[in-house]
Design a protein around this ligand. Structure first.
Ligand SMILES: [Zn+2]
Length: 179
């Protein structure tokens, strides 16, 4: 088996200017080949976002001094990829099957994790629909105005304005990134 080498220091430095270094593209191909679903990244700190059995996992951009920060299965996946091993991902389709169509559509669009805290949905933490601009503030029922949140975050966001919700999300994600 051919081992795929992790990015060199030079390549990692280059990743600051290049959005898709070769090793990242190879990693994404490896993820797809192993059954994970590569998702579109949602902010500049993310290098790779994918969905596997444990919901959404993310590789964050490194700052040159530290290795990439990994969440969920990303660390295991990156290690397996670097060692030339395979890893079998089964997508969380059984999670989706029982939810109403609009929830499934939102999971397809955003992945199966809370819009605010990023926790993957599961039996104990089912998705709830969240209107970003709340209906009491005149927000439309259209799917573009909706996201999925876990129950605790949905209650916490309550009647916040859209700007306050974005701040809450940034704050929760920041805690996750540095925690
Ligand atoms: Zn949450």
């Amino acid at each position: 088996m051919i081992a795929v080498s992790p990015p060199t220091k030079k390549q990692r430095r280059a990743s600051h200017s290049l959005r898709q270094p070769a090793s990242i593209t190879a990693f994404q191909k490896w993820l797809t080949a192993n059954g994970a679903e590569v998702l579109v990244t949602t902010n500049p700190y993310e290098v790779v976002r994918f969905r596997g059995d444990a919901g959404v996992s993310i590789v964050y951009r490194n700052d040159g001094a530290r290795p990439h920060k990994m969440t969920g299965q990303a660390g295991d996946a990156w290690a397996a990829f670097c060692q030339g091993r395979n890893m079998r991902f089964t997508q969380a389709v059984q999670i989706q099957a029982k939810y109403e169509p609009v929830v499934r559509t939102l999971i397809d669009r955003d992945g199966g994790a809370c819009f605010y805290c990023g926790s993957p949905f599961c039996e104990a933490l089912p998705p709830t629909r969240e209107h970003l601009l709340s209906r009491t503030h005149g927000g439309p029922d259209h799917i573009a105005n909706q996201a999925l949140a876990c129950g605790p975050c949905n209650r916490r966001a309550g009647h916040m304005s859209l700007a306050e919700k974005i701040r809450l999300r940034d704050q929760l994600r920041q805690e996750d990134r540095h925690g």
